[in-house]
Design a protein around this ligand. Structure first.
Ligand code: ZN
Length: 307
């Protein structure tokens, strides 16, 4: 059974304590508290323990001296009630010349997230999405003035026209079509040789997630599915930069593949036996997404269907 609460990047979330976000005095005290926990990022990459150790480097109030004035996000409180923050260091932050030298290293998010504890991954994922949103939404989309980060990082407000801007999360349908005991997988040209996964696409305005899934399967692979057959598997927040991947399995009514080469290099039907071997790495010709990605769990859920 697949459960979104167990999904990598979403599992073991901390209490967001949203009521603290407007309490400036509490936030200042919390950030300066000796027990406070602070993760740092640079260009979307989390600062992690060096070498073979696994986990984020959790800093304390000394972070205020490392890079004063860097954007600060209040992530919430851990199970002990300890405040948890994230700080976004400038792109040109020179690690080796800083107080953090020797404490850890900035690592590619996907690589880091695959090996750190669930809570660390959830915090880093949230921080990555929010910081990237701030960087790409600096100016008010209504009047063009520069807006300001408010509410401990969870909102921007325009000082000129007063408009509030909230961090976005874009729904993406990610799915398998199935027919006669086979499931449809595909690959994009840019992916490593032999790598196949679920099809996926953004939900458009005016669409349900089931309709988006059906449209994408038709557009990308020429396969017709009825949105009414969609079965929900699970969902996963995905910080590249800010998607909510909604996993579905749908029944196809046709099986002749016509690939749109702008979207996919190729697509194919695979049996349950093949899917099992793809997931456990013994297929020989095809390999699939790692357990950090929801696609892995959708494919696995399909192999378990009807058993
Ligand atoms: Zn404005």
């Amino acid at each position: 059974m697949t459960n979104s609460n167990d999904m990598p990047l979403a599992a073991k979330p901390i209490e967001r304590a949203a009521h603290r976000r407007l309490d400036e005095a509490w936030l200042e005290d919390a950030f300066a508290h000796k027990d406070t926990l602070v993760l740092v990022m640079r260009k979307g990459e989390p600062f992690v323990l060096p070498g073979r150790e696994s986990g984020l480097v959790w800093l304390g109030p000394e972070i205020a001296r490392v890079s004063p004035g860097s954007p600060r996000l209040f992530l919430g409180e851990d199970k002990n009630g300890t405040p948890v923050f994230a700080v976004n260091l400038p792109d040109n932050f020179a690690l080796d010349e800083s107080l953090l030298a020797g404490a850890g290293e900035f690592r590619d998010f996907r690589v880091a997230a695959a090996s750190i504890p669930d809570m660390d991954a959830n915090c880093a994922s949230t921080a990555r999405s929010i910081f990237m949103w701030h960087q790409s939404h600096r100016y008010c989309s209504k009047c063009g003035s520069e807006s300001a980060m408010v509410d401990a990082g969870w909102k921007r407000q325009c000082p000129a026209c007063g408009t509030e801007h909230f961090p976005r999360t874009d729904p993406v349908a990610i799915m398998l079509a199935e027919k006669d005991g086979m499931a449809l997988i595909g690959r994009q040209k840019m992916w490593p040789a032999g790598f196949y996964s679920c099809l996926a696409g953004f939900c458009e305005p005016g669409e349900t997630i089931e309709q988006a899934a059906a449209r994408e399967i038709l557009e990308e692979a020429g396969i017709t599915v009825d949105p009414a057959t969609a079965q929900y598997v699970a969902c996963q927040p995905w910080p590249f930069p800010s998607s909510l991947m909604v996993g579905l399995i749908l029944e196809a009514s046709t099986n002749e593949i016509h690939v749109d080469e702008k979207e996919l290099e190729t697509a194919r039907w695979v049996s349950r036996e093949e899917m099992v071997s793809i997931l456990d790495g013994t297929h020989g010709e095809i390999f699939g997404p790692p357990p950090m990605a929801i696609a892995h769990h959708i494919m696995k859920a399909w192999t378990e269907k009807g058993h």
